[in-house]
Design a protein around this ligand. Structure first.
Ligand SMILES: CC(C)(COP(=O)(O)OP(=O)(O)OC[C@H]1O[C@@H](n2cnc3c(N)ncnc32)[C@H](O)[C@@H]1OP(=O)(O)O)[C@@H](O)C(=O)NCCC(=O)NCCS
Length: 159
């Protein structure tokens, strides 16, 4: 079977690095491409400037284009995953897995003992990703999402 060069390039040539305030434009682009109700630029900017944030982007090694991001906050010994998204054209190449693993590994080294996140009940793609990373559902916030009244599942991973 011939190697799919484009897919191979997407898998091996993406590096994860800490996000900086200058990444705001790229992160906003990924955000808009990923959600029906995206976060605003000012909310994303706030997260990028927050002193408790532990944010990462996945950028292509050669063109440096940001393909995905993860926004986290580290509160004492808990990591909270606030947002994770990957450009649609680059999904299913392991980018989210990489961003999540980097966040968890870094938080563990900084002394975190657990990771928490919320996810829409209907977001099977994200749920699969989290379950594969040993997150477990610990609660439900009924009608949490204002746009459609959907429940949020609260998930936790012990480090
Ligand atoms: C969720 C999201 C971040 C996953 O990004 P991704 O880079 O495609 O994910 P990965 O390639 O790292 O996949 C990791 C694992 O997630 C699961 N997964 C990813 N896409 C999936 C899909 N379409 N269907 C089922 N499982 C899926 C699989 O277990 C996969 O591992 P595998 O490929 O070894 O089976 C991406 O789909 C996205 O940006 N979605 C829109 C934003 C969003 O919903 N964010 C989550 C909010 S809580």
């Amino acid at each position: 079977m011939a190697v799919d060069e484009e897919l191979l390039e997407s898998i091996v040539s993406v590096d994860v690095r800490r996000a900086v305030p200058d990444d705001l434009g790229s992160i906003l682009e990924v955000e808009i491409g990923s959600y029906v109700h995206p976060w605003s630029g000012s909310l994303l900017g706030e997260s990028l400037r927050s002193p408790n944030s532990l944010n990462f982007v996945a950028a292509h090694r050669h063109d440096r284009v940001v393909r995905g991001f993860i926004l986290n906050t580290l509160v004492v010994d808990e990591l909270h995953v606030l947002n994770i998204a990957v450009l649609p054209a680059y999904r299913r190449c392991g980018i989210a897995k990489n961003l999540l693993a980097t966040s968890i590994g870094t938080a563990r080294q900084l002394g975190a003992g657990a990771v928490f996140l919320e996810v829409r009940r209907s977001n099977i793609t994200a749920l699969t990703l989290y379950i594969r990373h040993d997150f477990r559902v610990i609660g439900v916030r009924r009608g949490y999402y204002a746009d459609n009244g959907e429940d949020a599942l609260v998930m936790k991973k012990v480090l």
